[in-house]
Design a protein around this ligand. Structure first.
Ligand code: CTP
Length: 205
C-alpha cells in the first residue's frame, strides 16, 4: 500500500525571524512512519520542523508552513492509497508577513486568518479507492467533537486522544468509524499504537 503520513508542527511566519508554532513533537508521526515501513508499505512522510528521529526507507518531504503542507498533500495524495494526518497544523496564520525583522514596540497586534483544513480538502478530492485517517486532540471527555470531525472531514477513521498525549511517549486513544463503531484502547506506547493503527487502516480497504 502507498501511505502518505503528515507529522509534526507547522510554523506560520510573523516576520523574517519570528513565527507562531505549537508543541507537537512529531513522535506520533515518527512511530506511524516506522510502523508503516516495517509493515512493508511504501511511505511518504510530509514533515514539519521537529527534532524527532525518523525511520529510513521512506520518502521524506520537509515543510515549514501549513500552506506548504497543504500544497504537498494536494500534490502527493493522488498517488497514495491512504492519508494519515498526524500533523498538528496551525489553525491560524498571520494575515501579513512583515519583510525583515519587526523592531520592538510597546505592544503588537497580529491579525490572523484561518488556515485551510488540509484533511477536509483531501476528503473532498478522495477517490473511492482511497482512505483518509485523522487525529482529534481534545480535552478529556470531548469524544463527541471527534465524531463530528470524522463526519465533517469525510474520514474513514479518526483517532480521539486527549491533550495529555502531547509530548508524551504514550497515548490513550479511542478509534471511531463512520458506522458508529468505537474502540477504546488502554494507555500504550506510541510505537505499539502505531502498529495497531496501521493494522486497522489496512482493514479499511
Ligand atoms: N488538520 C488539517 N488542517 C488543519 C487543521 C487540522 O488537516 N488546518 C487535521 C489534523 O492533522 C488532524 C485533524 O485535522 O488530523 C484535527 O482536526 P481538528 O481537531 O479540527 O483541528 P483543530 O483545528 O485543532 O480543531 P478544533 O480547533 O476545532 O479543536
Amino acid at each position: 500500500m502507498r501511505v502518505l503520513i503528515t507529522a509534526g508542527p507547522t510554523r506560520e511566519p510573523i516576520d523574517a525571524v519570528r513565527y507562531i508554532g505549537n508543541r507537537s513533537s512529531g513522535r506520533m508521526g515518527a512511530a506511524l512512519a516506522e510502523a508503516a515501513v516495517n509493515a512493508g508499505h511504501q511511505v511518504t512522510l510530509i514533515l514539519g520542523p521537529v527534532s524527532a528521529a525518523f525511520a529510513n526507507g521512506l520518502r521524506r518531504i520537509d515543510i515549514e508552513t501549513s500552506g506548504q503542507m497543504h500544497e504537498a498533500v494536494l500534490v502527493e495524495f493522488p498517488a497514495h492509497d491512504l492519508l494519515i494526518m498526524a500533523a498538528a497544523v496551525a489553525d491560524y496564520r498571520p494575515k501579513a508577513v512583515h519583510a525583515g525583522k519587526t523592531p520592538r514596540q510597546e505592544s503588537l497586534t497580529i491579525e490572523c486568518e484561518a488556515t485551510a483544513d488540509i484533511l477536509a480538502g483531501a476528503g473532498q478530492i478522495k477517490r473511492p479507492d482511497q482512505r483518509t485517517v485523522g487525529f482529534s486532540l481534545e480535552l478529556a471527555g470531548n469524544i463527541g467533537r471527534a465524531r463530528e470531525k470524522l463526519l465533517r472531514k469525510k474520514l474513514d477513521l479518526i483517532v480521539y486522544n486527549t491533550t495529555e498525549t502531547m509530548n508524551s511517549e504514550s497515548i490513550e486513544p479511542s478509534l471511531l468509524w463512520p458506522d458508529g463503531r468505537v474502540e477504546s484502547l488502554a494507555r500504550l506506547p506510541k510505537a505499539r499504537f502505531a502498529e495497531a493503527l496501521m493494522a486497522r487502516a489496512t482493514e479499511l480497504f
